[in-house]
Design a protein around this ligand. Structure first.
Ligand SMILES: Cc1cc2nc3c(=O)[nH]c(=O)nc-3n(C[C@H](O)[C@H](O)[C@H](O)COP(=O)(O)OP(=O)(O)OC[C@H]3O[C@@H](n4cnc5c(N)ncnc54)[C@H](O)[C@@H]3O)c2cc1C
Length: 388
């Protein structure tokens, strides 16, 4: 491992975004140092629901995003099969008759394989759900273990020469003449850099720190709207072995997981996101957990669980939308912001947002392509990524 970080590309943040980009840049023989304030995957990357999306859920409104998501899904399965929760054959999706044709047409258009399944499978998986679906399909979506995929990405990055340092918080970017010259850390270390990639996600505290440094990606004139959003998840002792989703029931969904101590749990969520205040990190609504639990009671009328085994948590991520993407409620595309095009302009600063963890490989390739183009203008293409 190299010991000197001076003039490396510095990546700030060690979640899916930072680690996958570090792996690709190191593969291009670009000296890269990743600085993570806590431990790898500290924020959204390990507090999410562990739903490896096939893209099916987005297909009706965002066909191209769904296609991209399915490609990223397939890459993840090939690159790190050990991150998939074992024993699953896909997700049951329950649809009302009026919408079923639209959904299946959208899946077909996006190239996402689906097949109709016997109603009995859904009755077995979700006993009290008869009145919320007419027809059932199985899609490729799976539960995955984020920590396993993060570890694999970190191993690949390190093996190609990336330096990964944890417990190092970046507190300031020092800018001069339209470039970031160095970053400062909480330990008063100053690291000179050839380029900086901000991959800090939405931790509200982190967001305001960067605002204080005067390099908030959302400040000034920007082509991008950047909003921190959060949602609530509920974990209970395992109620069903199958992942399932009811798109017309606010996207109510279930992902079964096994915890490191071997307990089997069910993680439930709704497709309902609240805007988070960057200054306080809190959101207006915290009622989603109660709503989720009341739906679980309806769908599993016989189920019972001790109160001390109910776990509710909320986590945040950033939704970045280009000025062209004006329709609210859409899933944000994986986005790489080139601050050379922003105001104030910094020509060696990028910030990155995957939209969904599942889209990590697409984000990494897009970001690496742009960084390589900037640092090695004569090189026209990237080497084949380790996950391709
Ligand atoms: C509740 C919830 C559920 C979700 N469920 C899913 C799902 O099931 N499937 C899916 O595909 N996607 C899901 N997502 C989205 C997904 O989790 C995120 O898109 C993804 O994890 C973001 O990764 P990231 O690396 O960009 O950011 P993060 O994972 O947030 O990583 C940012 C890292 O930067 C570090 N950092 C911050 N500030 C600094 C600093 N100043 N110096 C150094 N380091 C710093 C943090 O400690 C953190 O480790 C969910 C998101 C949320 C909030």
């Amino acid at each position: 491992m190299r010991n000197v970080a001076d003039n490396d590309v510095i990546i700030v943040g060690g979640g899916f975004s930072g680690l996958s980009i570090a792996a690709l840049l190191a593969q291009e023989s670009i000296p890269v140092t990743l600085l993570e304030a806590a431990e790898l995957g500290h924020l959204a990357s390990t507090r999410n629901q562990g739903w490896l999306y096939s893209g099916a859920y987005f297909a009706r409104r965002q066909r191209e995003l769904a296609e991209m998501c399915y490609a990223s899904f397939c890459r993840t399965v090939r690159f790190c099969p050990e991150c998939l929760e074992p024993g699953q054959t896909g997700m049951l999706i329950g649809l009302m008759a009026a919408a079923a044709d639209d959904w299946t047409a959208a899946w077909e258009a996006a190239g996402i394989p689906c097949h109709a399944v016997d109603a009995g499978e859904m009755r077995d998986a979700v006993p009290g759900s008869e009145d919320v679906w007419d027809t059932v399909f199985r899609l490729p979506d799976r539960s995955f273990r984020p920590t396993v995929l993060l570890r694999r990405l970190a191993d690949v990055a390190r093996s190609r020469g990336a330096r990964i340092r944890t417990g190092i918080r970046v507190t300031r970017l020092n800018c001069h003449d339209g470039t970031v010259q160095s970053v400062e850390t909480g330990d008063r270390e100053t690291l000179h850099c050839s380029m900086v990639i901000i991959a800090t996600g939405a931790g509200p505290e982190e967001l305001s720190r960067f605002t204080a440094c005067g390099v908030d990606a959302g400040a000034g004139q920007s082509l991008y709207a950047r909003v921190a959003i959060s949602t609530e998840l509920v974990s209970l002792p395992r109620l069903s072995p199958d992942p399932f989703c009811f798109p017309e029931l606010d996207g109510f969904n279930h992902l079964p997981h096994r915890l490191p101590d071997d307990r089997a749990v069910s993680v439930f969520g709704l497709d309902r996101w609240d805007v988070v205040s960057p200054s306080t990190g809190s959101s207006e609504s915290a009622a989603a957990g109660t709503e989720i639990l009341s739906r679980v009671h309806r769908l599993f009328p016989q189920a019972d669980w001790p109160d001390d085994q109910v776990r509710c948590w909320r986590a945040s991520t950033v939704q970045v939308m280009h000025a062209d993407q004006t329709e609210p409620g859409l899933v944000p595309w994986p986005t790489v912001i080139d601050h050379a095009q922003e105001h104030p302009s910094l020509d060696n600063l990028f910030s990155v947002y995957p939209g969904r963890a599942t889209l990590w490989s697409h984000l990494a390739e897009d970001a690496a392509r742009r960084v390589v183009r900037r640092l090695k203008p004569v090189q026209s293409r990237l080497a084949t990524p380790p996950w391709a």
